[in-house]
Write a protein that binds this ligand. Structure first.
Ligand SMILES: [Zn+2]
Length: 417
């Protein structure tokens, strides 16, 4: 069999594996709350808060769509024309056009071209966040965060680019196989490394002081069969008013992280509800599910790239001889951007299902729908949520059930118990 046939077979096997993971590990059986209950919940929310959330999201919308459109446009123009290949050559010229210079500098140039052109939209977004009082960051701190994110992206990007093009040089015919394994492994590694190396770049974490709440949360975790090592408080108030909490790490390193904003805003019973929701993610290994999907998706992507690389008209359009050469970076970025746009709604759907399961679990574990509802209303109020987003945007972008859907679910649960 030729390598192309092998790649096609592998692609098929990975697709089946992905379908199995999604079918088995995603809770498809929980039906969304009836629309009538959602509308009743909507009616009970303070109309002013609902209107403010809507206005906030309407103000964000042009910037959001602008960034999406321009980002995609830049990627497509550079990738599906010889412009991108020329850009890679140009930045590597001072280094004699060495492949490493092409891979690293070329790759960073292509990516940062997109970042730079969408920067005005990022500024727009931050302006809206400040105007609505959600961001507590001044522009200096915001720029520092932006630079940190750029630096982090540059480091990760450099490792990925050098890795990828080393593999394509070492294994000209089988790079897709090595690359698929490598990409999947990288996704797994990132899940473990992220909480340890990346989170501290943006936030400071301090162990929560001994208190009734802390003991309550540790007890809740133990009762749920998800022992945690510690409860940490993140200094999120440095940058936002938004409230949140999450469980990070695995096994012996697992800890509950609570935004200081949440502790300030919410009574203890509501914090318990949030933590119970987060414990459910740990208990059902939702991070593992997410990582598996990401790893299979990444491996699929590499096989797909190899197969697309045999399509001569595409290569000719991008002005490259092979998809595995550094001059093809812009083409790779364009294909990745398109794949991202297509995969987004599917990821959002999977995420909404998993989040609904965690809500149901939080209700079971705390047996406290009143606090659940109070917390949801508070979350909506403080985070300026669009409590009942329009159907299209909800389908395309929402990672969580809408606030009214979550409220309706809680009411249904209360009725049944
Ligand atoms: Zn969640």
């Amino acid at each position: 069999m030729s390598t192309r046939v092998w790649a096609a077979v592998t692609l098929g096997v990975l697709l089946v594996a992905l379908a199995v993971v999604v079918a088995v590990r995603v809770p498809w059986s929980i039906p969304p709350a009836p629309r009538a209950d959602q509308l009743a919940a909507l009616n009970d929310l303070p109309p002013q808060a609902v209107a403010k959330g809507r206005a906030f999201h309407a103000a964000l919308r042009p910037g959001g769509y602008g960034a999406l459109t321009i980002g995609l446009l830049v990627a497509v123009v550079l990738g599906f024309s010889p412009l991108g290949a020329r850009m890679v050559e140009t930045v590597a010229r001072p280094f004699g056009g060495h492949w490493l210079a092409q891979a690293v500098l070329g790759g960073l140039a292509v990516v940062f071209a997109g970042e730079l052109l969408t920067l005005p939209f990022a500024v727009w977004r931050q302006r809206v966040l400040r105007e609505y009082g959600l961001s507590t960051q001044d522009w200096g701190a915001w720029v520092v965060d932006l630079l940190k994110a750029f630096a982090l992206g540059a480091v990760v990007g450099t490792v990925a680019l050098v890795g990828f093009f080393t593999v394509t040089r070492l294994f000209p015919r089988w790079w897709w196989a090595v690359g698929a394994v490598g990409a999947a492994a990288l996704m797994m590694l990132f899940t473990f490394v992220f909480p340890v190396l990346v989170e501290p770049v943006f936030n400071k974490f301090t162990p929560m002081e001994q208190s009734q709440l802390r003991s309550d949360l540790m007890e809740l975790a133990a009762r749920d069969g998800v022992p945690v090592k510690d409860v940490l408080v993140a200094d999120a108030s440095r940058r936002t008013r938004a409230v949140n909490a999450y469980v990070s790490g695995f096994g012996a390193t697992r800890r509950i992280v609570i935004y200081d904003t949440l502790l300030r805003e919410a009574p203890d019973a509501e914090v318990r509800v949030v933590v119970a929701h987060e414990l459910s993610h740990a208990r059902d290994n939702d991070v593992l599910t997410g990582t598996l999907i990401a790893a299979l998706g990444a491996a699929l992507g590499v096989c797909g790239l190899f197969l697309l690389g045999g399509w001569t008209p595409l290569l000719r359009r991008a002005g490259v001889e092979s998809i595995a050469e550094p001059r093809a970076i812009a083409l790779l970025v364009a294909l990745a951007a398109l794949a991202g746009v297509l995969a987004g709604p599917a990821q959002a759907l999977v995420s909404r299902r998993i989040e609904a399961r965690s809500d149901a679990h939080a209700l079971r574990l705390t047996g406290d729908p009143a606090s659940f509802e109070a917390m949801m209303s508070r979350l909506a109020l403080v985070n300026l949520a669009d409590v009942d987003p329009n159907r299209v945007e909800y389908t395309l972008f929402s990672s969580h059930p809408s606030v009214v859907a979550r409220l309706a679910m809680s009411r249904a649960w209360a009725r049944a118990h």
